[in-house]
Design a protein around this ligand. Structure first.
Ligand code: NI
Length: 402
């Protein structure tokens, strides 16, 4: 693999990549509505020369998959980018500001750009590739309940794929730095909703009522014992209450107390244990305080992101060869979630981060914030990383070392 060539070709694309990223930024589309975005991606792939381009997921004209056949029928490596935006009003004052009430506030506009860049480079190398590359432009990563990854898997996107990589820009990491990690790196995410229903009445006569506020208060305290007393202290989990609503005035005991919140873990076993504990405590509190209980428990992203060790080390070594040791480091574990985890239950894969935070350029705002912005100068590096990882994985697989 000629890393210098990949690095140079990616660098030559810098201007075009910035322009493309900003165009996509100005035209965001929400999960499952990425019709124009998908059309844009398919058109660009066609311009590069791709012939095998499939548009459409879940019966909608969103999501694009393109295959690139190499010089021989060998293994298949897939690269994935997510393409959806968030329901946010942008507050950045930039020429490419979104005006439609949606916003690429997680960097998926950059993910599309970088994967299209990698598609261009790998296409130019196709007569040297010892296998094929599948480019996955996935809709609806942000949706939560209706995952684009899970749907694409059901529709066969991983058929024949031997290894997969996904990359996420990360504004909390200095621009250009690559973060990798073997094993668990992002959490599973569950959501819950609990209603304690009592009997409302006069605040001066609590004995005539069943007070759901007291049940809710005890419930919140009891929940704190799940992580502190039930989960193995060497494991990691978090349970947060995101909302608590009950009552309106000073002298009325309300009928209902409602809460919502979320649970995140790094292993399927701990996830199951958390749900079991959560339900048991809710049942127990409701019985203790004579309330009726309504519980909804939803697996949003049911799996943590867990990276394959061999592919993680290949990614690390490829990144070091490409950008130098000083710019490659181990990632901390993150409590945020990603539907990339669905792929990981089916195929060995690696998910890694590329820093895009630069104080001077104003690109350090948190992901999902209305002031999030991308340091476009990192795009060539992302393009080169994805391209070189695909080459390295294909070589390793065809030589039997992976
Ligand atoms: Ni994201």
């Amino acid at each position: 693999m000629d890393l210098t060539r990949i690095r140079n070709e990616a660098q030559e694309m810098a201007g075009a990549a910035t322009e493309m990223r900003r165009y996509l930024h100005a035209h965001p589309e929400l999960s499952w509505g990425e019709v124009e975005t998908s059309r844009f991606i398919a058109r660009r792939l066609k311009e590069i020369g791709f012939q095998d381009i499939r548009v459409g997921v879940d019966g909608k004209a969103v999501g694009v998959v393109a295959d690139l056949a190499g010089k021989e029928a060998g293994p298949c490596v897939a690269l994935r980018a997510d393409i959806d935006a968030l329901n946010l009003v942008e507050e950045n004052d930039v020429p490419y500001k979104s005006k439609c009430g949606a916003m690429h506030a997680c960097g998926h506009d950059a993910h599309i750009t970088m994967l299209l860049g990698a598609a261009r480079i790998l296409y130019s190398m196709k007569d040297e590739l010892p296998g094929s590359v599948r480019f996955i432009f996935q809709p609806a990563e942000e949706h939560g309940m209706h995952s684009g990854a899970a749907t694409m898997i059901e529709e066969g996107v991983l058929d024949g794929v031997g290894a997969l990589a996904g990359m996420h820009l990360w504004s909390h990491v200095p621009s250009g730095r690559v973060q990798w990690r073997s094993g668990p790196v992002m959490a599973s995410a569950d959501g819950w909703n609990v209603k304690f229903r009592g009997r409302g009445g006069h605040g001066a006569m609590p004995h005539k009522t069943i007070d759901p506020v007291v049940a809710a208060a005890n419930f919140i305290l009891a929940l704190q014992t799940i992580v502190s007393r039930e989960v193995n202290p060497l494991e990691t989990a978090v349970l947060s209450v995101g909302k608590l609503v009950s009552g309106e005035v000073i002298n009325i005991i309300p009928e209902v107390a409602e809460m919502i919140g979320n649970i995140r873990t790094f292993s399927v076993e701990v996830r199951d244990q958390m749900e079991e504990s959560f339900r048991r405590i809710a049942d127990g509190i409701a019985a203790t305080y004579r309330c009726n209980l309504e519980t909804q428990y939803t697996r949003i992203y049911p799996y943590p992101v867990v990276n394959d060790r061999v592919l993680s080390e290949l990614l690390r070594d490829t990144a070091i060869a490409l950008v130098g040791k000083a710019d490659v480091e181990e990632s901390p574990m993150l409590m945020t979630s990603e539907d990339f985890s669905f792929y990981q239950t089916k195929v060995r894969s690696v998910f890694f981060f590329l820093g895009s935070g630069d104080e001077a350029k104003g690109t350090t705002a948190a992901h999902h914030s209305s002031r999030f912005d991308v340091d476009d100068d990192v795009l060539p590096r992302g393009i080169a990383l994805m391209s070189s990882f695909a080459c390295a994985a294909l070589s390793g697989m065809s030589e039997g070392t992976l």
